[in-house]
Design a protein around this ligand. Structure first.
Ligand code: IDP
Ligand code: MG
Length: 153
């Protein structure tokens, strides 16, 4: 099944929102198949945010992502990339809709609680960037037949 990469950013750690985000993931019926705390460095952030390297806020973004350790997660589910992006909301927390993670917990364009892969292709690259293969666990929820219909699995 499809996988996506989520980062609980320093804004989630510092504001004690880890449980809140994990709760939403679990309640939705999305499976956590990898999860660990790590300290990001400039090398991995330059790679991860390569599409933003020329933007004026780039140095501030990189510095803020290194202020505390982060929690990286690999999530699994049907169409999970699109589903979790929708749960995340717009980049700027002030514009993100209420009900989304950013819409409910962020007032900032930068301190926006979570990163979520934006395409299946990028999810594959990002999972490899943050996890070793043995850190991703292949299993299924025992209640999977109550999360999905038989023809959705
Ligand atoms: P996304 O996180 O919604 O996919 P991206 O455009 O990929 O948004 O940007 C990555 C991260 O860079 C954002 O989540 C946010 O933390 C930061 N960022 C993006 N645009 C701005 C901005 O205009 N000012 C400050 N930080 C920004
Ligand atoms: Mg992005």
């Amino acid at each position: 099944m499809e996988k996506t990469l989520v980062i609980l950013k320093p804004s989630a750690i510092e504001r004690a929102l880890v449980g809140e985000v994990v709760k939403r993931i679990e309640q939705k019926g999305i499976l956590i198949v990898g999860m660990k705390m790590m300290q990001l460095d400039e090398k991995i952030l330059r790679e991860h945010y390569a599409h933003l390297v020329d933007r004026p806020f780039f140095p501030m973004l990189v510095a803020s992502m290194m202020t505390t350790p982060v929690i990286v997660m690999c999530l699994q589910g049907k169409d999970v990339v699109e589903v979790f992006r929708a749960m995340t909301g717009a980049t700027n927390g002030r514009k993100a809709l209420p009900g989304t993670i950013r819409g409910d917990f962020s007032m900032s364009g930068q301190q926006n609680i979570v990163h979520a892969s934006d395409s299946v292709e990028n999810a594959e690259i990002e999972i490899k960037r943050f996890f070793r293969p043995e850190e991703i666990f292949e299993y299924n929820a025992r209640n999977i037949r109550f999360i999905y219909a038989d023809d959705e699995i």
